[in-house]
Design a protein around this ligand. Structure first.
Ligand code: F3S
Length: 70
């Protein structure tokens, strides 16, 4: 299954674990908040996406089926 990753901007508190640990998936903006590098997660980065979601202290990162963005 192809997956996408999302960051809930309302929940993100700028902890920065996502872009520190998974720089292939996330960059950070000038304010220290994450910027997604892929709308659809490449297969080889799915594990990284799941690790990022599990590692966010705010639960701001979610993984879902690609094309199901809201
Ligand atoms: Fe925000 Fe969580 Fe990353 S709080 S900066 S999405 S680790």
């Amino acid at each position: 299954m192809t997956v996408s990753v999302r960051v809930d901007a309302d929940r993100c508190a700028g902890h920065g674990r996502c872009f520190a640990l998974e720089p292939d998936l996330f960059d950070c903006d000038d304010a220290g908040y994450p910027v997604l590098l892929h709308d659809t997660v490449p297969a080889e980065l799915e594990r990284a996406a799941r690790d990022a979601a599990a590692g966010c202290p705010e639960g701001a990162i979610s993984i879902g089926p690609a094309g199901a963005r809201s």
